[in-house]
Every structure is written in C-alpha cells, then in structure tokens.
Design a protein around this ligand. Sequence first.
Ligand code: FMN
Length: 193
Amino acid sequence: MQKPATTEVPIDQLISNRWSPRAFNSEFVIDKKSILSLFEAARWAPSCYGDQPWKFILFQKEDITPWVSALNCLSVGNQNWAMDASILIVVCANKLFAHNNEPNRWSQYDTGASAENICLQALSLGFAAHQMGGFDEIKIRNLSNIPEQFDILSVIAVGKPLDEGVFSQEQKDRELLPRKRKLLNDIYSNNKW
Ligand SMILES: Cc1cc2nc3c(=O)[nH]c(=O)nc-3n(C[C@H](O)[C@H](O)[C@H](O)COP(=O)(O)O)c2cc1C
C-alpha cells in the first residue's frame, strides 16, 4: 500500500513514499543480498570525523529462537505487528569516538542518519521499514551482549508490505490513518529562532 506524503512543494519520491506500515506479509523472507544492501546503505551515511559510530544487530525470522527472543524485547503493542516482519535490526551507537575514546556528542545524530538510509533503501528494494523506540533496553542488551559503551537507539522492522486487499478490519483502521506533519513554515525560520 502506498501512502505518499502530501507535500507543500515537491520532494524526491523515495522520501515522500517512505512511511511506517504495520501490516507485513508474514510469509515473506528477505534474501541475503537485499539485507546486505540495507547495511551497505547505512555504511554510506555521513558521520562526524567519519567515525561511523553505528553498529547493527540483525535478527532473521528463519533463525527462529533468536527471532522470538528479540520479538519478546519489544513492547506488546509492537510485537503484535512486528511479528509479521521478516527481519529486525537493533540500532546501536558508540558513545565514544574510535580515534581517541573521547565522548562523541554526534553519535546519535550520525546513527539516526544511517538508520534513515536503511529505511529509504528498504523502500527502494520494494520493502518497508518501521522504526521502534518501544522496546526493553536491558533485555536487548543482555540478549545480544551489547557493551555499555553503546547506546541502543531503536529496533527497525523490515518486511514486505501486506497487500491492501487482504487487510483485516483492524489493519484497515490502523494503516489508513492519515500521515500528519507540522507545516513547513513551523519547522524553520530565517536568521533568528
Ligand atoms: C525513533 C523512533 C521510534 C519510533 N517508535 C515507534 C514504536 O515504538 N512503535 C510504532 O508503532 N512506531 C514507532 N515509530 C514510528 C513513528 O510513529 C512514525 O515514524 C511517525 O508516526 C511518522 O509516520 P511515518 O513514518 O509513516 O511518516 C517510531 C519512529 C521513530 C523514528
């Protein structure tokens, strides 16, 4: 299902067509090359000092035991739909610069950019990505042995969007909600705050 942004001025279609669906085809398996393409897109995000503070942990539905463990780290509301996605990606950011071990105050900024690259690349491959902040950080840290030096920022569900024709009523109600944004004029100003 397409849900393009209603823009005040034209933007690139890849950006306007990206959205966060919750209805995925539960049977669909994403091939290895496409998964690598998502991480390749992340790899080419810009970062402060070129530090590349991001690290991703992949869970694939075919690998059922870790998949179920990762799903259990999500909030119940997220589990309900994310179980139909094909992969989950845990997004982590190094709090320290690699070159000098000093605090990197741009690490979350940079890692967010790499996460958006994953979402846009997913769309360009015919998939959809949905980022989540609703997860139990301690559970995920323990599950994947994530060092304290890394923040755990989000989990991204990626899968094949479900055909609108087979939506349940609940999915219809949820997926057809309009996308909302602030007005263009409300998000920037000239010269002063
Ligand atoms: C960091 C972050 C955390 C989010 N957490 C959740 C979440 O836990 N559950 C959920 O259903 N959506 C979550 N979302 C998706 C947002 O609700 C969604 O991006 C927003 O409503 C805009 O909709 P759009 O992505 O379709 O344009 C999150 C998005 C981001 C970027």
